[in-house]
Design a protein around this ligand. Structure first.
Ligand SMILES: O=C(O)CCC(=O)C(=O)O
Ligand SMILES: [Fe+2]
Length: 335
């Protein structure tokens, strides 16, 4: 079965210049080939990841009224607060035939305290003391690693220093952290073909960092298979592992040189032949690294060539984001 290699990120912090150049080349090659990669040994410690999952579980275990009090509004704005099962159906994003195909997940989205344009919605401090603080700190840690990955891409793509970073949000941080919770579900329900934990989709920002637990089921498109719908399972193998996906904004900026990684969450490999089983619950944490809202995410001039003519019109980071979220909820991007 195909797989993606684990890439050791530690040379970025303590390697020689040659080691760093090699890492940048590997990262760029992997992300160009698959739109996805798996990193280990980033600056986010294993304890931080594990604790993040504990906080997330605590949040989803809150009484329904507490979550329902901070609903994500289903409009084209950046997502904030709690989304109930079935609110977001990823089938709407990139699938041509998506009628009645639902996601079986709930999620909580937030950004930093500095984002006053689209403020985050938090559960009351008394119901889950420390949650907000923890999540805001985790977002900062992910923001740093996200920028480090982009720095590697700048080097690997032969761009000038800062050419991607200056397009990426920094102050305030408007990256988004998302807790995903997938309740136990029967294989019988999944086998109806109407439900999936997440349908094949691409994300909206520049890149996504993704942490998952041991439940399994995450897959990335196999671009090299002769079969049209082939996916590569991505198991959680290393405690510090973080997946990285190229997302829409970077796909636009690079004029499709870096194609966004199509990914889904489906029945784990070890349960695919089970007829009457129950998939255990699953958790993941995604950090969407965003471009600045006002920045042009249309193709950078370096990526427009006679062989690769301009594939997208110019538009801002926020405009692209609104188009994508609008699609998700079936609302106009301006509304
Ligand atoms: O749960 C996962 O592993 C994937 C989640 C995901 O694709 C997303 O939140 O965009
Ligand atoms: Fe995703």
């Amino acid at each position: 079965m195909p797989s993606l290699p684990l890439i050791d990120f530690s040379p970025f912090y303590k390697g020689s210049e040659a080691d760093r150049a090699k890492l940048a080349a590997t990262i760029t090659e992997e992300l160009t080939k698959h739109g996805a990669m798996r990193l280990i040994n980033t600056s986010i410690p294993v304890e931080t990841i594990e604790e993040g999952f504990k906080w997330s579980k605590k949040f989803f275990s809150l009484p329904l009224e507490e979550k329902a009090a901070i609903p994500n509004e289903r409009n084209a704005d950046p997502q904030r607060g709690w989304s109930y099962v079935g609110s977001e159906n990823t089938s709407k994003l990139d699938m041509l035939e998506n009628d009645g195909l639902e996601d079986e997940k709930e999620h909580f989205d937030h950004s930093s305290a500095g984002d006053s344009q689209f403020p985050s919605k938090w559960p009351s401090e008394s119901s889950i003391p420390g949650y907000r603080q923890y999540m805001e700190d985790l977002l900062k840690k992910c923001h740093v690693v996200g920028r480090e990955v982009l720095q590697n891409l700048e080097q690997g793509l032969g761009l000038g220093q800062g050419e991607l970073l200056e397009r990426c949000c920094a102050s305030p941080i408007i990256d988004e952290l998302r807790m995903n919770y997938y309740a136990p579900i029967s294989t019988e329900k999944l086998n109806t073909g109407k439900y999936r934990r997440a349908w094949p989709h691409t994300d909206f920002g520049m890149i996504t960092l993704l942490f998952q637990d041991d439940a399994g089921g995450l897959e990335v498109q196999d671009r090299f298979s002769s079969k049209p719908d082939a996916f590569i399972p991505i198991q959680h193998e290393h405690p510090t592992e973080v997946n990285v996906y190229i997302s829409n904004s970077l796909e636009y900026m690079t004029n499709n040189h870096l194609k966004a990684g199509l990914h889904q969450v489906t029945t784990p490999v070890n349960m695919q032949d089970v007829e009457n089983g129950i998939l255990p619950e699953r958790q993941s944490i995604a950090c969407f690294i965003k471009p600045r809202r006002e920045v042009n995410v249309g193709p950078m001039k370096q990526f427009i060539t006679p062989e690769r003519p301009r594939a997208y019109e110019d538009l801002t980071g926020l405009e692209l984001h609104r188009v994508r979220v609008g699609k998700l909820y079936g609302v106009a991007a301006s509304g």
